[in-house]
Write a protein that binds this ligand. Structure first.
Ligand code: SF4
Length: 339
């Protein structure tokens, strides 16, 4: 590891000032991904500015039923907060199905959104990887790509976005609040994650020195009736092959509001808008769920080893919708398994 300087800052202004003043510096929160990447030379900042002392750990209700989460709140604290478990169960479930208990105790909400891809070639300095080294190619296109994306891909990168939390937040139309030296801005979360297109090295719209300070989730009719389904190769400490975040409101025997997002299948947390359009106003039947799932996956492009994800994603959408519309939906488990 090359030498890295380290400082711990007490407030947001100092943190932003320290990183903004030094192009070779970066923020350090929980460190659960970043320190790994430092050790294998994928990331090589000269200076780490530790933001763990910033007063950004709140998990609280706002604006008539919305939710605000501070950027350095721990995954485990957010997952267990009563306001989240009762009002936004999909967020709590997505957090608890991510990482391991030890990692959840350390990892921050802002860091979770900023985590890098889990593509093996991204972490292998001997492999071509446009995301790590722009212009060097993409070894995954014709390599081991069983876990890679089928939606939102480009010929430059097909890595899936790894966060479970982000899938739940995209379904709920969360907003990411940031600050830099000249003020703050609010970024709708669907705009916060960029498709790879020709610039896979650019994953977020953040400028250098711009700090995530909080994430806000608006109040909606559907958030309280929501769940997260995750299918993976093993039952813990594993990334999704396919995941589904769904929130729904039923009225008069029909779907009056629906929010649906997919994880594990796309280069960004994937809002399933086509399926939503087909289901709004429709009766909650398996036939309608199946038709919507089929339509949503029509644009999918497989890359060899990951073709199975198309059918798996269809089945996961149907299963998640069946679970969230069932009379006993609150006891429905969302722990994945065979779809
Ligand atoms: Fe790199 Fe993306 Fe290709 Fe993986 S899929 S090797 S992260 S460019």
């Amino acid at each position: 590891m090359r030498p890295v300087s380290y400082s711990r800052v007490p407030d947001v202004a100092t943190a932003i000032g320290a990183v903004s003043a030094d192009p070779d510096s970066t923020f350090l929160a929980g460190g659960t991904t970043q320190v790994d990447l430092l050790r294998i030379y994928v990331e090589q900042p000269g200076r780490l500015v530790d933001i763990n002392d910033l007063p950004l750990r709140q998990v609280e209700s706002v604006d008539g039923g919305g939710l605000r989460i501070g950027a350095v709140a721990r995954m485990s604290d957010v997952a267990q907060a009563q306001v989240v478990r009762q009002g936004f169960p999909v967020i709590s479930q997505a957090l608890l199905l991510g990482a391991s208990p030890q990692l959840r105790n350390m990892a921050s909400i802002g860091g979770n959104l900023m985590q890098r891809v889990r593509c093996g070639y991204f972490r292998d300095l001997a492999a071509g990887c446009n995301k790590r080294a722009p212009g060097s190619g993409c070894a995954a296109l014709h390599g081991i790509n069983r876990g890679h994306a089928i939606l939102g891909t480009s010929e430059r990168c097909i890595a899936t976005h790894p966060s479970d939390l982000a899938v739940a937040l995209v379904a709920l139309d969360a907003v990411v609040h940031t600050q830099n030296g000249s003020g703050g801005r609010a970024i709708p979360i669907d705009d916060f994650f960029l498709l790879p297109d020709d610039t896979p090295e650019r994953e977020h719209p953040l400028d250098h020195g711009e700090l995530i300070v909080s994430v806000e989730v608006p109040a909606t009719k559907s958030a309280a009736r929501s769940l997260y389904l995750k299918v993976r190769d093993r039952e813990s400490y594993e990334f999704a092959l396919v995941s589904v975040a769904v929130a729904i409101d039923l009225h008069g025997g029909a779907i009056s509001e629906i929010r649906l997002a997919l994880g594990g299948v796309a280069t960004k947390p994937w809002r399933a808008r086509q399926a939503e359009r087909m289901l709004i106003g429709a009766p909650p039947t398996t036939e309608n769920f199946t038709a919507a799932a089929r339509e949503e996956l029509l644009p999918a492009v497989p890359y060899g080893m990951n073709e199975f994800k198309i059918e798996l994603a269809r089945r996961c959408i149907v299963r998640a919708l069946q679970a969230v519309t069932a009379d006993n939906w609150q006891t429905a488990t969302a722990t994945g398994g065979t779809a």
